[in-house]
Design a protein around this ligand. Sequence first.
Ligand code: NAI
Length: 467
Amino acid sequence: MSPRKVAVIGAGPAGYVCAIRLAQLGQGVTVIEKDALGGTCLNVGCIPSKAMIAAGSLLHKIGGASAMGITAENVSLDVNQLVEWKAGIVGKLTGGIGVLLKNHKVPVLYGVATIVDKNTVKVTGKDGAQTLKVDDIVIATGSIPIEIPGFDFDEDAVWSSTGALAPKEIPGHLVVIGGGYIGLELGIMYRKLGSKVTVLEATPGALPGQDRECVKVIERSLKKMKIKLMTETFAQGYERQGDGYAVRVKTKQGEEVVACDQILSTVGRRPFSAGLGLENAGLKADERGFLATDKQMRTAVPNIYAVGDIAGQPMLAHKGSKEGLVAAAVIAGQPEEYDVRCVPAVIFTAPEMASVGLTEEQCKAEGREYKTGSFPFAASGRAMSLMETEGFVKIIADAQTDELLGVHMVGPEVTELIAEAALAIEMGATAEDLSRTIHAHPTLPEAVMEAAESVHGMAIHIFQKPK
Ligand code: NAI
């Protein structure tokens, strides 16, 4: 098969990964990017947020280290230096992608791509327009934050996550609209950096859709950190009030006003395909803006592929990268499919939360018989030595076959621990497989092994009444 000519639209974790793999497989690929290499994830998402969350956690940890006999005096925060440090990390990573693409001889065209027909893409950049004739098109245009009425992102009074990652100062009182992934991660970060924080959440609890037992631990921790979580609360609008803002909210009890210095709106993201010219190729996004694909990431037009956030939930970078790899292999003629058992999810709250596979709620909805086991970090020597004993690991296994169905964790470093659980589910392992695997002592992953043992009432370091 002679090499295909491919245009990849969007250089986020789905698009740039797809382009590199296409080059590795000997295909001719051009990347088109309207903004910066690395997309939302590297520039204004996963990476900068995790850098600033790490800084907030360090500051918080220093403050709480007196129990270990450590007292640090005059600890202070230089916001400009923090933002500069974060920008340095982003610069290194995005620069690294530029070098990788160059080494793979992948040209990058900076500009806005429009699909002219199923084999033609027009790129309009600051130096004019050019047209590419290609065999295949990969759409990897990602997503953008949703705006709610009355809270347009001006990145002044109302921050999107982008504004929240480049503060000029730490706000006195931050109101966060939306208690999901981003709202809680950034809300907790600002609390640790010194803000008073109020989170307004529309549903009856934080992090809708996540394991409720895990979320309970997070909600308890919010309380301990003095972050006010107002559930079943809708933000209606805001007015300027003195040097700050008055946010009007509707709760079950009625209307009230929350005074604050800064508003951050994080109520979800929607796929981005505006102005892409989908209709010129006979393509149409669904009512939420997603492009439907088959397991080979092909859209309804067979030589046009969609990967990443635009291809559907979950809108997570690692799921997008996987889809990018699948599309690249398919374009190169390999018999590849997106055929995964699970996609892990990690939330950098305090404590952290991570999950993979089915939740108990999903098992019930599907009518699956299951059994559970869990192990608290309070019984882990390693967790004690880290002074982070909040949380637990929960394992859900099929009641008959013992096959792992889901693993949910809240506690120290669980965003790392989840990798083992994802591998186990992907390999079709049972709870017994996990419990028979020797885990190094003293480490946090022992909690995963003990949770698996507890599925059968056999955990060693917690007492379980014989069944
Ligand atoms: P989200 O869907 O996680 O949470 C949005 C929250 O806002 C929900 O709890 C929802 O009930 C609430 N909400 C919606 N409308 C509201 C209103 N009018 N008033 C009050 N609350 C309202 O969306 P989020 O946090 O914006 O994140 C977007 C996506 O980005 C996530 O779905 C996730 O896929 C991705 N992400 C992943 C991260 C990770 O992997 N660690 C971190 C951050 C984001």
